[in-house]
Design a protein around this ligand. Structure first.
Ligand code: UGA
Length: 481
């Protein structure tokens, strides 16, 4: 954005993880001055030097465009807090042993902000935090001697998906602002005005996405507590949708129906909607598992029985075991079998392997004595830190290299390139034409026509175990030649 009629705001964003870095780049993109703070000196040096620590569409473009201009990186929280009008806290809220969110990073940042500020600031929680955190931050700041009229604490949760975070930020379904005073809500409205007024969507160099001048994102003004609950409830609801369809998939599998047809039939009801009804190996990532546990914990703390979320978690765990059983039924025995694996990240489009069902499955395969050849377009480096390459674990650079002479190929996440494989080439490359698809990327009939034994999730005939005799004893085309 070159010309902007709105009044730019000076913003400090504390934390340069997924949320902090994307928010920083996008606030700069819509015309604000942004100081992104992190206490990790090496990371800040990398960011200052043009490095991009995460795989995220459009992020390199935005960082390159705004770095050194409207966007700067620093370790100096004190100076950033003093300079900024709004201070966004976007530090990690990892899961503690009890499942609750560990707020020690938020606590440390709030205390340091309190020690730094000498004029009015709006302190905004962007990290996913349990209800009451807002009040708790307010108390921390007051306890550090800051007068009540020198600050407000607001809540502005993010709903970004990894991989599409930049587009989600700039073209949001909604912007939620939880604020207790007009002063705080006015500043947050000013920050988002380039989006809510449509100014950004009129610009020539905007990042493309679903929002246009005639389809503006709504800004929902709520209490701070409601904003906090909206974030947890949204993620918990989406996770529930996934676990729900996964159980329906298991019913389909047993009954001989196709879950894809069922999901379509359910999703056409506008009250339900067709999104997040893809059956598979279950949800993972840094958000859903953590937030479902944290929301369950919040419910417990306030004395509400949210047993539903226990079930959601249990179904999600079971889904990996069910998938693994499917692999076992196809392979008969594991020791010494060569397995090709497509996908290591918790979903396609990201390099994030946190709570990835794919990693869970790979670890199980290795512990059973399989030899794994894995390919993921972005997550190899991160996975290597966890599972180093070795005789049993190989990292390869294409889907066909993963399939080379494998006894079976597993599809474990949904990178778009995994859905566009050359099936004839794949058939030729595999030692045995067995594909076990944990993301339902292919049509079973097409796969059968191509000569594959194809197992997926919640589709007809899958309850029948593969007949290992016929699969393993049928000579392959190549052998025949
Ligand atoms: C999720 C939410 O979608 C965001 O709105 C939220 O801001 C974010 O968490 C967060 O709290 O920070 P993300 O974790 O990036 O975003 O990933 P999703 O695209 O939501 O997928 C989560 C998991 O569910 C993945 O493992 C994905 O493969 C799985 N999934 C998703 C399914 O199994 N089926 C579906 O139909 C959809």
């Amino acid at each position: 954005m070159k010309n902007h009629s709105h009044e730019p705001v000076t913003i400090a964003v504390v934390g340069s993880g997924y949320v902090g870095l994307v928010a920083s780049a996008c606030f700069a993109e819509i015309g604000h001055r942004v100081i992104c703070v992190d206490n990790d000196e090496a990371k800040v040096r990398t960011l200052q030097a043009g490095g991009i620590p995460i795989h995220e569409d459009y992020l390199p473009e935005l960082l390159n465009q705004h770095r050194g201009g409207r966007l700067e990186f620093t370790t100096d929280l004190r100076n950033a807090a003093q300079t900024a009008q709004a201070i966004f806290i976007a530090v990690g809220t990892p899961q503690s042993r009890t499942g609750s969110a560990d707020l020690s990073f938020v606590d440390a940042v709030a205390s340091e902000i309190a020690r730094s500020i000498d004029s009015y600031k709006v302190i905004v929680e962007k990290s996913t935090v349990p209800v009451y955190t807002n009040e708790w931050i307010r108390r921390v700041i007051e306890r550090n001697g800051v007068p009540k009229d020198l600050f407000d604490v607001a809540s502005n949760p993010e709903f970004l998906r990894e991989g599409t975070a930049v587009v989600d930020f700039l073209h949001p379904d909604r912007i939620v602002v939880g604020a207790a005073t007009d002063r705080a809500s006015a500043l947050l409205k000013q920050i988002y005005e380039p989006l809510t007024s449509g100014e950004y969507y009129r610009g020539d160099n905007r990042i493309p996405g679903p929002r246009t001048e005639s389809e503006l994102p709504p800004l929902l003004l709520t209490s701070t507590k409601a904003a906090e609950i909206i974030k947890h409830a949204s993620n918990a609801f989406l996770a529930t949708k996934i676990s729900f369809i996964n159980v329906v998939a298991n019913i389909c599998e047993a009954a001989g129906a196709d879950v894809e047809e069922v999901a379509k039939g359910i999703g056409l009801d506008s009250r339900i909607g067709n999104k997040f009804l893809r059956a598979g190996v279950g949800y993972g990532g840094s958000c859903f598992p953590k937030d479902v546990a944290a929301f369950r914990n919040v419910a417990e703390l306030v004395g509400v029985d949210f047993g539903l979320l226990h079930e959601v978690e249990k179904i999600n765990e079971d889904q990996i075991h069910r998938f693994f059983q499917k692999v076992r039924s196809a392979l008969w025995t594991f020791r010494g079998k060569k397995i090709g694996v497509l996908g290591l990240a918790f979903k396609g489009g990201t390099d994030d392997i946190r709570e990835s069902p794919a990693i869970e499955i790979v670890k199980k395969l290795l512990s059973e004595g399989c030899i794994v050849s894995a390919y993921d377009p972005a997550a190899e480096a991160r996975t290597k830190e966890l599972i180093p390459a070795g005789a049993q674990m190989r990292y390869v650079d294409s889907p066909y290299a993963a399939a080379q002479d494998a006894d079976a190929l597993l599809i474990l996440n949904d990178w778009s390139e995994f859905a566009e494989l050359d099936l004839a080439k794949l058939h030729y490359t595999l030692r045995y034409p067995i594909i076990i698809d944990g993301r339902n990327l292919y049509d079973p009939t097409t796969m059968t026509e191509h000569g594959f034994t194809y197992l997926s999730v919640g589709r007809p005939g899958l309850s029948q175990p593969v007949d290992p005799i016929s699969v393993f004893h049928e000579p392959r085309k190549r052998d025949k030649a």
